[in-house]
Design a protein around this ligand. Structure first.
Ligand code: NAD
Ligand code: ZN
Length: 353
């Protein structure tokens, strides 16, 4: 099942000639396009107009949102695939954000012990992160990505035309992962994304390509996340716990993945500073930039206790508290750091200031 070679990534006009050559009767028996109701509305007709194929095409439409990224939805899709006559030569095409590429990738990787799939990310976050690197999976209750496999799509096709209908808060959510790529890997890239956060223009296409390059370079070195790939989890140890907590507490507004990760990056930068790894000046700059893009969220003491409790269930935790990725400077990260609970509380206090 595990496949460590990177999937090819095609951009904009290069996507459709590749699709034409690939989605043919000589290769596949049937194609199943998985969408959610939003990508059905905004992306499906654009995609189908470009898909010239002699292979029969079926569309499987799901409810949108993280709350549907679970095993129940997988069962529904496996059943639909079976009902529609999918066989081992069928192809799954995931047309959507990270929820669709994570879930559709997992469904395809497990149906009849694995059939081919293609990712066509339609959110900024999925273009620069979720559709790449082969991680697929679903949540278990409020716990994120507990069930999954690493398996690569046949290819990733990034057509930035889909960003035209994406709401601004979803664009911001994708910026969080781009900023993360800068913070853990490339200082220059961090500054170019910081400059972009105020505008949307053609520079975005270039920045997307650079983010894809950073993610793929890191993943290529360590596909199964034994070492360096862990740097991509910066902001995610606390970020995932915060995201889970908000998912679980229906009385609180839902935080988008990128919004939760942005808070996680501020907190984990503060922890980096407290451990003497990151300078105060760099921490202050990171906090200022992130708070200029993402509104501050209020946390009570009760919230903070519950979030710290959730950390123990982080899938990367081995004995109690998970190991953290911390920064030594903007553009450089270290992995496997132990963090005391007291430092987490101090990071929350500084965040609220
Ligand atoms: P999402 O898939 O929920 O998409 C966000 C919203 O935008 C949804 O309502 C969706 O219907 C809508 N949408 C999608 N494309 C649209 C378009 N072109 N126009 C208008 N609306 C559109 O969420 P996301 O932010 O793309 O992804 C978040 C998920 O990705 C999380 O589950 C996270 O765990 C996962 N993720 C996975 C990886 C990985 O390596 N596998 C990495 C990062 C994030
Ligand atoms: Zn993420």
């Amino acid at each position: 099942m595990e496949n460590s070679t990177l999937s090819p990534v095609f951009f904009n006009d290069d996507c459709y000639p590749w699709l034409y050559e690939t989605v043919k009767k000589e290769h596949y028996s049937k194609a199943f396009v998985i969408v959610d109701s939003n990508t059905a509305e905004y992306c499906l007709s654009i995609f189908l107009q470009q898909l010239h194929t002699d292979v029969p095409v079926e569309v499987i439409e799901l409810e949108p949102g993280e709350e549907h990224k679970n095993i129940e939805t997988c069962i529904q899709v496996w059943q639909t695939l079976a009902d529609l006559g999918a066989d081992r030569k069928s192809l799954v095409i995931n047309l959507g954000g990270g929820v669709i590429t994570d879930l559709g990738g997992f469904v395809a990787s497990t149906f009849k012990r694995g059939i081919d799939f293609i990712n066509i990310p339609t959110t900024l976050l999925a273009m620069v992160d979720a559709s790449l690197g082969g991680k697929t999976g679903v949540d278990m209750g409020a716990l994120k990505n507990q069930i999954g496999v690493i398996n690569n799509p046949v290819a990733v096709l990034i057509d930035t035309i889909f960003l035209k209908t994406l709401p601004p808060e979803q664009i911001r959510s994708g910026f969080a992962e781009m900023l993360k790529h800068g913070l853990v890997y490339n200082k220059e890239y961090w500054y170019s994304v910081v400059a972009l956060t105020n505008l949307t223009n053609d520079d975005l296409d270039i920045a997307i390509k650079q983010s894809v390059e950073i993610k793929n370079t890191v993943v290529k070195e360590d596909p199964t996340e034994k070492g360096i790939r862990k740097i991509l989890n910066f902001g995610h140890t606390l970020g995932h716990a915060i995201e889970s907590y908000f998912l679980e507490n229906k009385n609180r507004n839902i935080l988008l993945h990128g919004e939760a990760i942005a808070i996680g990056m501020i907190l984990e930068s503060h922890i980096s500073m407290q451990q003497g790894l990151l300078s105060e000046e760099e921490y202050r700059e990171i906090k200022t930039v992130l708070l200029s893009v993402f509104d501050k969220t209020l946390f009570t003491d009760k919230d903070i206790d519950a979030i710290t409790e959730l950390l123990i269930h982080d899938k990367k935790s081995e004995f109690g508290m998970p190991k953290f990725v911390l920064l030594t400077e903007t553009g450089k990260a270290v992995i496997n750091k132990t963090v005391d609970k007291v430092l987490i509380n101090k990071a929350f206090s500084d965040y609220e200031k």
